[in-house]
Design a protein around this ligand. Sequence first.
Ligand code: PMP
Length: 288
Amino acid sequence: MADTVYLNGVFLPLAQATIPVLDRGFMFGDGVYEVIPVYNGQAFRLDEHIQRLQASLAAVRIRNPLTTVAWRAMLLQLIAENKALQDQSLYLQVTRGVAPRDQAFPPESVAPTVFAMSMALQTPSTALVQSGVAAITALDIRWDRCNIKAISLLANVLLRQQAVDEAVAETIMLREGWLTEGSSTNVFVVAQDKLLAPPKSQHMLTGVTYDVILELAASHGIAHLVAPVSEAQLRSADEIWITSSTKEILAIISLDGQRVGQGQPGPLFQRMYALYQDFKNQYMRHTR
Ligand code: PMP
């Protein structure tokens, strides 16, 4: 982890960044967050991440403490402060602030707590991209507002630990027989040469990476369909992919111990992985 973080208007060393124990993030998980990848000093899809942050804040009725311009400026400064890191993963959190412990909203005068830090971005190794990874399924035990990127992640923590306990990379969730997403990823399926993705809904987070993948499919003539994906479609898929800002795209080659397709990353995965890397490199050249 790099040293300089941002807390409530000030850049300071991580070791000096402290918050009161009555912060509602600590008491109730009452806050929202973002994770933004930075390649070679360039934030990837920064505006989209800021927009999603603003949507999360509005959904939970936390006052947006900064303007779009100020969010941008703060994050760009954080990147610059941590430029010793080649690629970075920015973590940004806003809570409803510090107030006596009561579930109801505090008075308007209570300022949200804003924290941001930079960590080394660790995208999957080439070996992992080439081999693919295993996943398990589980019932989606989360709430009905999964489109909000909330810091209250207890269900995700338990689901992710299930994957760790079974020595696999991800837990893929099913709600009433329909695919939602992974504990920290979106999920795509390939069947009969067509890419399938569950539609945006309150049962999944709209990943910034999810949008990029669908844009790439559209602009490169890859047959795709955004529609609910059933458990049967998931289990009989030729390919399954997981996507996120830090994992980019990874192929799932085994699901609940059953081989997916040929048991190796499939041809459409290889194509999309290459398109994604090209797009990323191009984007970084254009925004420089
Ligand atoms: N779903 C969940 C539950 C997540 O936590 C994440 C990662 N933040 C994603 C999907 C992927 O989102 P993104 O592509 O914006 O990283």
